[in-house]
Design a protein around this ligand. Structure first.
Ligand code: PMT
Length: 217
């Protein structure tokens, strides 16, 4: 799309749920399917952007979208930081694990007698926050907030703490929107405009609207 609103722009998008390995056969993850991130990638590509989609799930290729497959938060972090250096826009739609096991066993963890197992988790690096801290004046950073309560208030907090230009607040307590659903409903938060609530619609419709709002930034 030569006439696209993002013609020639480089857009980095993250999608899916990160996986934190406990041992070679087990991992900790969450319910993200990657659908929202893929919809955003398609919507950005429709506007002529060169999209790099850093994803934990594979789906059929989209014209104009280069997929980079990762698994853990650290891998997603490394790929995102490297790609962002030359990017115009970053959109963090992935559901990133805040915590990971303190250590990953090289072999399958075995049962010992009747005793349970205590896992120690440590914090993962924060991709969005790091990118927000390092962005230049010409780079735009967009994050999501997946919340089960106080959705708009927590979203507004994350707009500030992650130094983002736009934050998409997503209620993930509902089963008809959010995780894994084909539809979504979100509130778009920015620094200078009133929150904009988007009623339930297919993720591609929501994605096209988010992209059109990013263009106005
Ligand atoms: O994938 P789907 O099934 O289509 O579902 C879509 C979705 C619900 C996953 C998506 O719309 C969404 O809300 N994504 C953000 C999920 C999330 O991790 O939210 P959070 O509130 O925990 O994180 C806030 C922001 O910081 C997010 O942009 C997240 O990508 C980012 N983050 C969080 C932790 C971390 N260590 N690094 C990060 O970059």
């Amino acid at each position: 799309a030569k006439s696209g609103l993002l013609h020639g722009k480089k857009v980095i998008i993250t999608a899916g749920s990160t996986r934190e390995a406990l041992d070679p056969v087990r991992y900790i993850t969450n319910r993200s399917s990657g659908k929202m991130g893929f919809a955003l990638a398609q919507a950005a590509a429709e506007q002529g952007a060169h999209v790099t989609l850093i994803t934990t799930v594979t789906k059929p290729a989209i014209y104009g979208v280069n997929q980079i497959l990762v698994s853990s938060t650290q891998e997603m972090f490394d790929a995102a930081i490297a790609a962002f250096e030359t990017a115009d826009i970053f959109i963090g739609a992935a559901a990133v694990s805040d915590f990971k096991p303190e250590k990953t066993d090289h072999h399958k963890i075995k049962k010992t007698g009747d005793s349970g197992l205590t896992l120690k988790l440590v914090q993962n690096p924060d991709i969005l926050k790091t990118i927000g801290q390092h962005k230049t004046h010409s780079q735009i950073v967009v994050g999501f907030a997946a919340e089960t309560q106080n959705v708009e208030a927590y979203g507004a907090d994350k707009l500030v703490t992650k130094n983002a230009d736009m934050l998409i607040a997503n209620d993930v307590s509902r089963s008809d929107i959010g995780f894994s659903s084909d539809d979504n409903s979100v509130t778009i938060l920015t620094r200078d405009k009133q929150p904009e609530f988007l009623d339930r619609a297919p993720k591609i419709t929501i994605a096209r609207h988010i992209i059109s709002r990013i263009v106005t930034l």
